[in-house]
Design a protein around this ligand. Structure first.
Ligand SMILES: [Zn+2]
Length: 176
């Protein structure tokens, strides 16, 4: 089990202009002075956002680069209703002046974003989960393994059912 990081995954800039000469070189985060880092935005290669891929403000772009849909399924809830589960690649998009703590997000290699849309009595609720490459691979391998077990069991049950039906029709024991 990995611990969660304290910093926000997709930080907002303190100032939207990285070249603002009037912005101080450090800010008080409530406990201490932290230095600021000025960053000019550049999209992740997989970013599906239209328009400029470099130098766009966070307001124009978004605080994260998101790929086109990588995978989507509609799993069933216990209530029988369908939910939606969609996977994207995600990476922080930084443009402006940030506290050096938040600026570290630009070093992150990104995430697999699992976005769950869940129907509730009050409408749809969206919940996003961010997986490291290692976690995504672990989950993917586990899901594939379990899917294979499910199909293997289905095959066993089908074979057993056919054997029983043949026996019932022929009136004699069918040897395995
Ligand atoms: Zn982008």
């Amino acid at each position: 089990m990995t611990t969660t990081t304290a910093a926000h995954l997709f930080p907002s800039p303190l100032s939207s202009d990285p070249d603002d000469p009037d912005f101080p070189s450090s800010v008080d985060d409530g406990a201490r002075d932290v230095s600021v880092t000025r960053i000019h935005g550049r999209c992740a290669p997989f970013c599906a956002t239209e328009g400029p891929t470099a130098g766009a403000s966070v307001a124009d772009h978004d605080a994260k680069c998101l790929s086109a849909v990588g995978a989507s399924v509609s799993p069933v809830l216990e209530s029988g209703r369908l939910a939606h589960l969609v996977a994207f690649l995600a990476r922080p998009y930084l443009h402006g002046t940030y506290s050096s703590v938040d600026a570290a997000a630009v070093e992150q290699s990104g995430f697999v974003e699992l976005s769950a849309d869940i129907p509730t009595a009050d409408g749809w609720v969206e919940k996003n989960f961010y997986l490291s490459a290692a976690d995504a691979r672990t989950l993917g391998a586990g899901l594939t393994r379990m899917a294979n077990v499910l199909e293997w069991q289905d095959e066993l049950l089908r074979t057993e059912r056919e054997r029983r039906e043949n026996r019932d029709h022929s009136g004699e024991e069918v040897q395995a």
